[in-house]
Design a protein around this ligand. Structure first.
Ligand code: AMP
Length: 507
């Protein structure tokens, strides 16, 4: 069996891996580390949970150990691009863990936090910088960060970058970076747009791939319950009151949906917290910490917030709403089958979500096992306690803003930063139009609290479950397939040609 030692990694790294308790390389590490050590560019198709962070971090650290250089102000030698602050933080933590026996400065920069502090830190010198694209460009434009010394570049979760509208930022970053560098590019899927982006970043890459998206699903016991949208909350509360749901991740489609679910759960005595893009960084970190420590048993998340977060041993994943992109389903349920553990995933499917279920079953090539509603469901549901009232200040301000749609066309707009983080009190970029800065639809923003007793009656249009809305009013991904513009499933599109021969930084 191949060991980390036989891969030829430097001693301080082997010692750190031993401390981490890693016995053997994972498949992606086995495939990626040798060519990366040789200085090749890499195109990796791998999801979170496969060990891909170590697959790029270890060869990079090995290179830095073998090629020491004076730490430079504002000019990192290694740049890692990640789509979200959570993932950036996690990657930086992994670098620090593997570099614990090396003198190295690893720093993160992402939006949503004051820029001067990051500028000050950069000015003291940095070896490895982990950044989200928007904040990175802000810092470059302010001349607080130089990219001309970057020797190794990692672009992680490229498909997520694209989903978040970072494509233009990434194209610009590709132009700023020195041409002579090593680039390691990772994505869970490889639709044409990603292949095209990879072509811009990579020269003659070695391709490595593990666990095609469909096979992850095979390790998870999956069930679906057919239930009306209005009855999902009762079903969730009843489900989560069972003791075996000890560490459960619940996915909702919208941020407000996540908050609403948590209010109901807390009202019913289920310890839970929401994690999504409207929560402040400390709020997110606190919720994650509480969940990791077992102080709360349920974390309610949107896809974007949950993506890339490393939480071990999640016992159950519940899809409160089915995702309209089938790959997202596989990402979600993959959270419960990590490091060889088996997991359980439950999906609540409303009548209008059946087409999504069909797409998912097609992708995973599996029929999801139907699970009937509990006995006496309606009777039990009627006895459940009321949700907590809306107390969160952010929720209140959102309620207040709801009346503004289309009425303050010329009101001054205070945007968040380029990474899509809102400044305190700022409206989300493009909120008035219900569109995101990248031109795609904003997630539904209304809370729809009043509509709870009577499903959808009196709900603002944007909060109705998908099937209720005319197409023009739906977020893009909600539309029937023929109406969707962008991402196909794409498997293994040809990667665009490189830019001709070029010396590798390590070569
Ligand atoms: P990643 O895909 O990078 O998010 O890694 C998923 C999880 O696997 C993280 O908790 C890592 O600490 C862990 N991990 C990575 N490589 C190994 C390994 N070789 N052996 C055991 N665990 C690992």
């Amino acid at each position: 069996m191949t060991t980390f030692e036989s891969l030829g990694l430097a001693q301080p790294l082997l010692a750190a891996l031993e401390d981490e308790g890693y016995l053997n390389p994972t498949p992606i590490q086995l495939q990626a580390i040798p060519p990366a050590l040789e200085g090749h560019d890499l195109l990796g198709i791998a999801q979170t949970g496969t060990g891909k962070t170590a697959a790029f971090a270890l060869p990079i650290l090995h290179y830095l150990i073998g090629n020491p250089a004076q730490r430079r102000k504002m000019a990192p030698r290694v740049l890692v691009l990640a789509p979200t602050r959570e993932l950036a933080t996690q990657i930086a933590d992994s670098f620090r863990a593997y570099a614990r026996f090396i003198k190295l400065n690893v720093m993160t920069v992402f939006g949503g936090v004051p820029i001067p502090r990051q500028e000050k830190q950069l000015a003291t010198g940095v070896d490895v910088l982990v950044a989200t694209p928007g904040r990175l460009l802000d810092l470059v434009d302010r001349r607080s960060l130089l990219l001309d010394q970057v020797e190794v570049l990692v672009l992680d979760e490229a498909d997520q970058m694209l989903d978040l509208g970072f494509i233009h930022s990434l194209k610009r970053i590709a132009q700023i970076l020195p041409r002579q560098r090593q680039s390691l590019f990772f994505s869970a899927t490889m639709p044409t747009a990603i292949a095209e982006l990879a072509g811009r970043y990579l020269t003659d890459p070695v391709k490595v791939a593990v666990t095609p998206v469909a096979t992850t699903a095979e390790r998870v016991a999956q069930h679906v319950t057919f239930v009306n949208q209005a009855e999902k909350q009762a079903l969730l509360t009843m489900t989560l009151r069972q003791p075996e749901f000890a560490k459960c991740l619940v996915f909702t489609r919208t941020k407000h949906g996540a908050d609403r679910v948590v209010r109901h759960l807390i009202g019913a005595g289920v310890r839970s917290a929401a994690i999504h893009g409207n929560k402040s960084q400390p709020q997110r970190e606190r919720a994650l910490e509480q969940f990791k420590k077992g102080e709360i048993g349920v974390l309610v998340a949107t896809d974007i917030a949950a993506r890339g977060i490393d939480i071990d041993a999640v016992s159950h994943v519940i899809n409160f709403e089915l995702p309209n992109v089938p790959e997202q389903y596989v990402h979600r349920i993959g959270r419960t089958a990590r490091a060889g553990l088996d997991g359980v995933a439950l999906s609540f499917c409303a009548p209008d979500e059946k087409p999504f279920l069909k797409d998912i079953e097609k992708l995973t090539r599996m029929k999801i096992d139907p699970l009937s509603l509990p006995e006496n469901f309606l009777k039990e549901a009627a006895r459940l306690p009321k949700p907590l009232p809306v107390t969160d200040e952010r929720d209140r301000s959102d309620h207040a803003r709801r009346g503004e749609v289309g009425t303050h066309k010329h009101a001054p707009r205070r945007f968040g930063d380029r990474d899509g983080n809102r400044q305190p009190g700022a409206r989300e970029e493009g909120r008035h139009q219900g569109r995101r800065p990248d031109g795609r639809a904003q997630e539904a923003r209304s809370d729809g609290e009043a509509a709870h007793a009577h499903p959808h009656a009196g709900r603002p249009r944007s909060d109705r479950p998908h099937g209720d809305r005319p197409h023009g009013d739906r977020p893009h991904g909600d539309r029937p397939r023929g109406h969707r513009g962008g991402r196909g499933r794409g498997g293994g599109g040809r990667v665009g040609g490189g830019r001709g021969p070029r010396a590798n930084a390590q070569g």
